[in-house]
Design a protein around this ligand. Structure first.
Ligand code: ADP
Length: 193
């Protein structure tokens, strides 16, 4: 099994074009669709998705629910995992400590990966949950996303591969920076014994 870091890939793409076992949707609590990546996934999966979601009764922030991929199954996607990220109300100047939003965002990644493992998914793609209209600061979200995915992969053989899917190169760079910063920190820690 490759090292956890080698199982994470940053990709710039429309997430609905990827061929992975599971796609994560940045959903809202109603699970009844919305704008941004949610709208794109509903358009690509087709109207059966909303009919299915209506039967689920919503989902709390920080949790995730799994559905079939409907039309997206034609390109090999088996599941859509609907994770409800937090709306950012935090204070970015408060650099120390975790905000409730940090914990809820981390929970989205954890819950989604747990569902993917339970459904034997080999590959999964995440959008940058909460960093669109929900206003979560992107560098902060990138650190949380990367840190939690890495920690999960360290303990689980599935999914074998996690794609962090960004909508533009600038967002991909923010995630790459989070990875580089963490690697520098790990190297320094090793040097200092
Ligand atoms: P949220 O409400 O959780 O903030 P958004 O959909 O507004 O969700 O944005 C989440 C992230 O998804 C943003 O970084 C946005 O640029 C990105 N995004 C929007 N559409 C797509 C898409 N089709 N594929 C991948 N990422 C997307």
């Amino acid at each position: 099994m490759p090292q956890p870091l080698d199982r994470i890939e940053i990709v710039t793409a429309d997430i609905t074009t990827l061929r992975v076992d599971a796609i994560v949707n940045a959903a809202n609590e109603s699970l009844l669709g919305g704008g941004g990546v949610d709208g794109a996934i509903h358009r690509a999966a087709g109207p059966e998705l909303i009919e299915h979601c209506k039967t689920l009764g919503g989902c709390q922030t920080g949790l995730a629910m799994i559905t079939p991929a409907f039309n997206l199954s034609k390109q090999g996607v088996q599941h859509i995992i609907h994770a409800v990220g937090p709306v950012w109300h935090g204070d970015e100047s408060q650099k120390l400590g975790y905000t409730i939003e940090d914990t809820l965002l981390a929970s989205c990644y954890h819950q989604s990966l747990t569902l993917a493992t339970e459904h034997r998914c080999k590959s999964i793609a995440f959008p940058s949950i909460s960093t669109g209209v929900y206003g979560f600061p992107k560098p902060r979200a990138a650190k949380i996303a990367f840190g939690h995915v890495l920690g999960f992969l360290d303990k689980h053989d599935l999914p074998e591969k996690v794609i962090l899917c960004c909508f533009c190169d600038a967002d991909a760079q923010i995630i790459q920076q989070a990875i580089d910063t963490r690697e520098d920190w790990m190297m320094n820690r090793k040097r200092m014994g």
